[in-house]
Design a protein around this ligand. Structure first.
Ligand SMILES: Cc1cc2nc3c(=O)[nH]c(=O)nc-3n(C[C@H](O)[C@H](O)[C@H](O)COP(=O)(O)O)c2cc1C
Length: 189
């Protein structure tokens, strides 16, 4: 197959399309949709990265209060994800009310969890660095919440119940079926 070179833009896929919550100093919450969300230090400690343009409202909130929550939506929530990523909270818009999302108190940080998202990751900001046109925020994970019906009896996530949302080249994707275990160590149950 002949290869054609193209201009690079978000060249690595798939990205998540996650909903990140933050608050201002008065506790008012905002939501931003981010594709640039990734695991960096995976166990000791657990640190995630998120990359945000300085022009967004959320950027200033996270700089100001030093906390955020990564809420991982289902593919069925794609419309709300798109709406949260096409509207700014800067003009006083309450994205929870406008887009039918429900805030829940977090365990450690001030930004709320989004109830409709099956997995919510609470983070304390530990670093920030400008990288090209985005700022990279590092968040140490201080609590993870999972819907009870997405866990087995041992507390492991039942990944076939997550219905994750992916973002590729401007298109929203659902991921379909798992087909193998890590190390090809057994059947998918
Ligand atoms: C699918 C999707 C992915 C996005 N990914 C990012 C991202 O990684 N970084 C970023 O700064 N903005 C990203 N955006 C744009 C922001 O979500 C958008 O500018 C939002 O309106 C900012 O909200 P705020 O001003 O209330 O913080 C994305 C938008 C969509 C729809």
């Amino acid at each position: 197959m002949k290869k054609i070179q193209i201009a690079p833009a978000r060249p690595v896929y798939p990205s998540p399309a996650a909903l990140i919550t933050s608050v201002d100093s008065a506790g008012r919450a905002n939501i931003i949709t981010l594709a640039e969300v990734f695991n960096i230090s995976i166990a000791n400690p657990v640190i995630v990265g998120i990359a945000i343009r300085p022009a967004t409202f959320s950027h200033g909130l996270i700089v100001e209060t030093g906390q955020f929550v990564v809420n991982q939506p289902t593919a069925a929530m794609a419309k709300q994800v798109d709406q949260c990523g096409s509207t700014s909270g800067r003009d006083g818009v309450d994205k929870f009310a406008r887009f039918g999302l429900t805030p829940l108190p977090a365990a450690v940080v001030k930004p709320p969890l989004i109830a409709e998202c099956p997995v919510n990751v609470e983070c304390e900001l530990t670093g920030r660095q400008t990288v090209g046109d985005h700022d990279l925020f590092l968040g140490e994970v201080v609590a993870v919440h999972v819907d009870e019906d997405k866990l087995d009896a041992d507390g492991h996530i039942l990944t076939d119940r997550l219905d994750p949302l992916a973002y590729i080249e401007g298109d929203y994707w659902s991921l379909g079926q798992a087909f193998a275990k890590h190390g090809f160590s057994g059947p998918i149950e």
